[in-house]
Design a protein around this ligand. Structure first.
Ligand code: TRP
Length: 368
């Protein structure tokens, strides 16, 4: 029998997606989609997960479900090839989470490095605050997302690797405790390391809405230009003739993530490739304005088709919700089937198991 290849990925709808998401995962998803080597490609808007640390602000989550959906469609994810769905529509995910919770210990959850750093980032480690149970539990609910769709490949950013690892442990535990029904997933992360964690325009290691250092997929040309102008380069590179540093120079970090040789032919034909440009900068004689203009041309050429698709969908919001609804209905069917298999494996499918019923009757008879 041919192996079925399902792919699942998703994002929390807590803000618009930025170019860090693009190089970290979205670009890879579009490539996988267009390559077409899969049976089902699911892309999930993780609204239930977003509520684990936004319980008091469902409005923010609700608004961003639409924003993230627009981001997906804008980057070229195609509703004819990809099934989009919203997590809270799929109640089977909550049931699966419930059963998997019995296979994981609390210390194991608290050891998860991503959860650990997120707890600190949100101040949940402050004893007067404490961490919401739903929040520590989200790696288990993520295992439910992944396994419900029998997903083998998970294209995600690097920060999600501990979640996939946790899912793999749950899958192994479930399959050996009950029956082999769950698929062992594998992460897919970009090969180019700079793409895994694109820094903010201020040089901060993380691009984040709260740090106000993001370039959004929806930024217009003018906004992009002024953000690049403000970008952190090399404080010791004062005159053009001064030798410059590449390490920690965010313009070069972004060039490493986005630039291909084709961009030199189009926008900076005096150089053949990025190495040549870097050598010149290091030697001195190359100004920040030149490299910033080059970066602007590249990013603007990448964002232009994205903005155009976004404009189309912004004018067709009803169509966008229809795509999300239809995808969510399809996903629901799929997850319900897996839930049934899981319940069968655990022997808690009381009402569609004739063999069990007959066994019970015979046991009772033999006891008489
Ligand atoms: N945790 C992911 C994020 O923060 C979102 C997510 C939820 C996800 N469930 C998933 C990603 C399943 C991949 C697979 O962006």
């Amino acid at each position: 029998m041919k192996e079925v290849i399902n792919i699942l990925t998703g994002d929390r709808p807590t803000g618009k997606l930025h170019i860090g998401h693009y190089v970290g995962s979205l670009r890879e998803r579009v490539r996988i989609q267009n390559e077409g080597k899969y049976d089902n490609l699911f892309v999930m808007i993780a609204d239930s997960q977003a509520l684990t640390d936004n319980a008091g602000n469902p409005k923010k989550v609700r608004e961003n479900v639409l924003q993230v959906m627009l981001d997906y469609l804008s980057v070229g994810l195609d509703p004819n090839k990809t099934i989009f769905f919203v997590q809270s529509h799929i109640s089977a995910l909550n049931e699966l989470t419930m059963y998997y919770m019995n296979l994981v210990t609390l210390p194991r959850l608290l050891r998860n490095p991503t959860v650990k750093s997120e707890i600190a980032f949100r101040g949940y480690d402050d004893s007067s605050k404490g961490v919401p149970v739903g929040f520590v539990n989200y790696p288990i609910s993520q295992a439910a997302d992944i396994t419900a769709f029998k997903a083998k490949f998970i294209p995600v950013g690097e920060d999600q690797l501990p979640m996939i690892e946790q899912t793999r442990e749950i899958v192994k535990s479930f399959n050996s405790t009950y029956k082999e029904v769950l698929v062992l997933p594998e992460p897919v992360v970009p090969k180019n390391k700079v793409c895994c964690r694109l820094p903010g325009i201020d040089g901060n290691a993380k691009m984040s809405k709260s740090l106000n250092n993001c370039i959004y997929l929806s930024d217009d040309s003018q906004t992009l230009k002024s953000k690049i102008k403000k970008m952190y380069t090399d404080p010791s590179h004062i005159k053009i003739s001064d030798p410059g540093h590449i390490e920690g120079n965010i313009v070069f970090t972004y060039l490493d993530a986005f630039c291909v040789e084709e961009h030199f032919k189009l926008f900076l034909p005096q150089y053949e490739n990025l190495n040549q440009l870097k050598e010149h900068y290091k030697k001195g004689g190359l100004g920040d304005v030149t490299i910033k203009n080059f970066l602007f041309s590249i990013l603007d050429s990448i964002l232009t088709p994205i903005r155009e698709r976004r404009k189309y969908y912004e004018n067709n919001i009803e169509q966008v919700y229809k795509i999300l609804y239809e995808g969510s209905e399809k996903a629901k069917q799929f997850a319900n089937n897996t839930l049934l298999e899981v319940k069968q494996a655990m022997g808690i499918n009381y009402f569609n198991d004739n063999k069990f019923l007959i066994e019970q009757i015979n046991n009772l008879k033999s006891n008489i």
